[in-house]
Design a protein around this ligand. Structure first.
Ligand SMILES: C[S@@+](CC[C@H](N)C(=O)[O-])C[C@H]1O[C@@H](n2cnc3c(N)ncnc32)[C@H](O)[C@@H]1O
Ligand code: SF4
Length: 345
């Protein structure tokens, strides 16, 4: 089974970010972790294959807060479980990284966003490119061998030259994985509607993907390159997962479970969930969409007669690849269009 744990604290709130986190409720850290411990203690686990501690900013809180959580999870962790934590370059210092490694965390994911300080400033980040380089060195010192770095593109500053600069920096870090996210102008964030901050260019995205591949990071999902993250592969394959903490989401194969979207509400009632029932059709569409966004592909068995006909038209135009009863997408950037075409009746 797969586990997600949400840490809803950030040292400062980035103006583009709509993830559930707060920068002025650190006074609730202790109560939050008590609630988390209570929720996790109440859960029934089988063998755990992956754990993902995400945020927010897991490195914004002292590593000692994670001890009790790992005490509860340890008996259920598979021998080779992938245990990831997200971290921000400015707060993940050597002490924190060593402590997390000692607890059993074996993968760290840094939100670098860029190696250009001007772009970092545009994104409202509070670290510099140099801070990221130091954090990655420290992660290696702490014993991490599986290191991811997140970057963002499609900002107004992005050009081929800048993206090449990003890739050159990434290639020199000795890391195993890169996530490259296209900037989304999320509603209810300071970036909402600021279309001049964004440069949505499929040609630049293609260029970035090619450069990342040239640097040895093989693309296996629209935003992911390198040694695949088992936790994310599980999401994209439609596997079940449990979500713990405020803002967390879980999935049992039929329903999605949502935790309260407020730190205070969650602390008051850590077991409270609201549910979204997914129809068979929702699950099918998701399987097709997520399969097409990644190397996972999807089974031809999912399709009805008409959809199969549509998929075969795409195959004859080389927009889809058919192999061993599965369809695969050779161009992840066309996922939306391909999904719509297949499901068109
Ligand atoms: C939830 S954040 C957590 C990581 C960590 N707090 C950090 O920012 O360094 C995970 C990643 O989502 C990406 N992200 C967040 N908001 C985004 C947006 N509006 N558009 C594109 N990517 C976004 C960023 O690259 C970020 O590193
Ligand atoms: S991008 Fe990361 S650091 Fe910035 S607000 Fe979102 S979760 Fe926090």
């Amino acid at each position: 089974m797969h586990i997600y744990i949400h840490i809803p604290f950030c040292q400062s709130k980035c103006p583009y970010c709509a993830f559930g986190s707060s920068s002025d409720e650190f006074n609730l850290t202790k109560s939050y972790f008590d609630a988390l411990e209570f929720e996790i203690k109440n859960a029934k686990f089988s063998q755990i294959s992956t754990v993902f501690i995400g945020g927010g900013t897991p490195s914004a809180v002292n590593a000692k807060f994670y001890t009790k959580i790992f005490d509860i999870l340890k008996p259920y962790l598979k021998k080779r479980a992938e245990i990831t934590t997200e971290a921000n370059p400015n707060s993940a210092n050597l002490t924190w990284l060593k402590a997390m490694r000692t607890l059993g965390v074996n993968r760290v994911s840094f939100g670098a966003q860029s190696f250009d300080d001007k772009k970092l400033k545009l994104l409202g980040r509070i670290h510099s490119a140099n801070t990221t380089k130091i954090a990655i060195k420290n992660a290696k010192k702490a014993g991490f061998k599986n290191i991811n770095v997140d970057i963002m593109y499609s900002t107004k500053f992005d050009t081929k030259k800048l993206l090449k600069f990003e890739v050159d920096n990434l290639a020199n870090l000795g890391i195993s994985h890169i996530s490259a996210y296209s900037l989304i102008l999320e509603n209810n964030t300071p970036f909402s509607g600021k279309s001049n901050y964004e440069k949505d260019s499929p040609a630049l995205a293609k260029f970035l993907f090619k450069e990342l591949e040239k640097a040895g990071f093989k693309q296996y999902e629209i935003a992911n390159f390198g040694r695949p993250c088992k936790h994310n592969l599980a999401y994209w394959s439609g596997e079940k997962y449990m979500g713990f903490g405020a803002y967390a989401v879980g999935f049992n194969g039929k329903k999605r479970a949502y935790s309260p979207k407020s730190i205070e509400e969650y602390i008051k009632n850590p077991l409270l969930k609201s549910y979204e029932n997914l129809t068979m059709n929702d699950i099918k569409t998701e399987k097709i969409f997520l399969g097409l966004r990644s190397k996972i592909g999807f089974s031809a068995k999912l399709l009805n007669e008409n959809e199969l006909k549509n998929a075969k038209i795409l195959t004859s135009h080389k927009k889809l690849i058919y192999k061993n009863s599965k369809f695969y997408n050779p161009n992840f950037l066309l996922t939306d269009e391909i999904t719509l075409f297949i499901l068109e009746n």
